[in-house]
Design a protein around this ligand. Sequence first.
Ligand code: NAP
Ligand code: G4F
Length: 325
Amino acid sequence: MKKAFITGITGQDGSYLAESLLSKGYKVYGLTRRTSTQNFQRIEHIIHHENLELVSGDLLDQHSITVALKEIQPDEVYNLAAQSFVKTSWDQPVLTGEFTAIGVTRMLEAVRFACPEARFYQASSSEMFGKVQEVPQTENTPFYPRSPYGVAKVYGHWITINYRESFNMFAVSGILFNHESPRRGLEFVTRKIANAVARIKLGKQQFVELGNLEAKRDWGFAKDYVEAMWLMLQQDHADDFVIATGETHSVGEFLELSCQVAGISDWRSVYRHNPKYDRPAEVDLLIGDPSKAKQKLGWEPSVTFAELVKIMTEAELIEEAKDRD
Ligand code: NAP
Ligand code: G4F
């Protein structure tokens, strides 16, 4: 039985990846950090699975991850844990650097000493392209990050490549463009919109307050993207890949379509601009070229933008209708 170790298992991607690996017959170990109230909502349905084990540790604590890896001896390590919200990275830039940048080195050091034969996946991000130097963005597009988060991810990307080249480790960096689902955190714009639109439809709130409606993102479905992570670790050689849909849409388009799904005819009537959601430096346009992933991994997205908006809005309509009062 293959063994996989996932950091960030309580997050959106970690929960889908754990589900997928369990269905493939893996024994899955998930790193969780201590919190005063448990945060297992996304993994509640698999928490009693006989092949899932939660391990206590933190990306800030080198010893906890080295000991866990030494004991488990996993075949595959997926480093998904991070301070992943771009806006917060301006409020907590040092902490973001500790988790999202140096945390990657802690993971690589733990793998190097405890289980050097394990295959390592680093969750890199299209935020690294920031002020884009090329359209669409490929594996060779130069980086120009626009937030402390983006800068931290560039560090994580390069330290992964450096350990591959320095120590001959099987370490890959997946450059994933935005991917969403009903399990997305409420602070991210897609889930925020889908949830607000559902609440407006059900008469629970009047408006949705947003920042920049013009920003464009290449949005895919999270379940598709965790399959790409797994595929990257099944290759003969370690390599880095862009994972994207190849389409871009604005935040405004997402809002308009979500309103359509919910049967709200005039999206402008429910929208308010609130400058508190604007960013000190914006990433205006992201659009990835997933050709290399298609050719070498045989990976393709299965959910279109319109389907994604529908999946997310309908899920919120169902959830919000449950606790209507
Ligand atoms: P997410 O939902 O915010 O999940 C982040 C996970 O990291 C949570 O499980 C969180 O645990 C954990 N974590 C944070 N700090 C930690 C620490 N110090 N020690 C241990 N665990 C810690 O993020 P996601 O959307 O699933 O994204 C997964 C990864 O992919 C992240 O690295 C993100 O930056 C990257 N990424 C995401 C996207 C996207 O569009 N979703 C695109 C590109 C790259 P708690 O539950 O305890 O907070
Ligand atoms: O949903 P967002 O917060 O995602 P963002 O900043 O693109 O980051 C996500 O994708 C990255 C991949 O490129 C990941 F690495 C990262 O971890 C995260 O998952 O914001 C998307 C866009 C931004 O341009 C933002 O300015 O939406 C715009 N926006 C407009 N109003 C808003 C809002 N974003 C949020 N969160 N909230 C608003 O009210």
